[in-house]
Design a binder for this molecule. Sequence first.
Ligand code: DX5
Ligand code: ZN
Length: 221
Amino acid sequence: MIIAPSLLAADFTKLGGEAARVGRSGAEWLHLDIMDGHFVPNISFGPAVVAAVRPLSKLVFDVHLMCARPEILLEPFARAGADRMTVHVELGRQTTSLIWKIRSLQKEVGLAVNPPTAMEAVEPFLAEIDSLLIMTVNPGFGGQSFITETLPKIQQAFAWRAERGLKYRIAVDGGVDFQTVPLCAKDGADTFISGTGLFSRPNLKTAVAKMRRHAVAACKT
Ligand code: DX5
Ligand code: ZN
């Protein structure tokens, strides 16, 4: 089980302290949401911010590129200290070259799929990725409600992984909180990205531990 707090929900007036706090929270990954104002109707932060907070935490830096042209950003984020980079399958024919590029930068490869996109879109890439990120909200904003209709996608990802003897992680992102974590874990998710669900709690460390307990209790494997 991996818990990945999303920095998007942190207090932006003290990002360094927030990144350090996540580093001490018991979580494994720090999720970094990159929004370009084109692929999604919002803008977050770029490589300079990631580079600035990189020395403050030893966690795996998980960069989620919600960007129309991720090809121009892979090298800058690799230099900024990303350990893994996730691109969206909605970019279509570019997907293969993006996966190769991330691999050539010696970073872990993630592939994300939006709620309206069918799982058939990701199927050709399953053997080439380290994680499949199932979006459980439409990307662009934190604090949205979990879309329960995405749960069958987790089941499908789990079944494909078992049938094909693959090893990719099954991650969920969007509206993940104490109520929705068990639903995802029961269907086979093993990686839980959570912004508001964790940062809205008074104590991040306690919240991460509680989220992990909920995930383990409902876990399918
Ligand atoms: C949504 C982002 C998420 C976001 C999740 O577009 O990809 O990572 O930070 O935020 P919550 O957990 O608040 O839904
Ligand atoms: Zn994200």
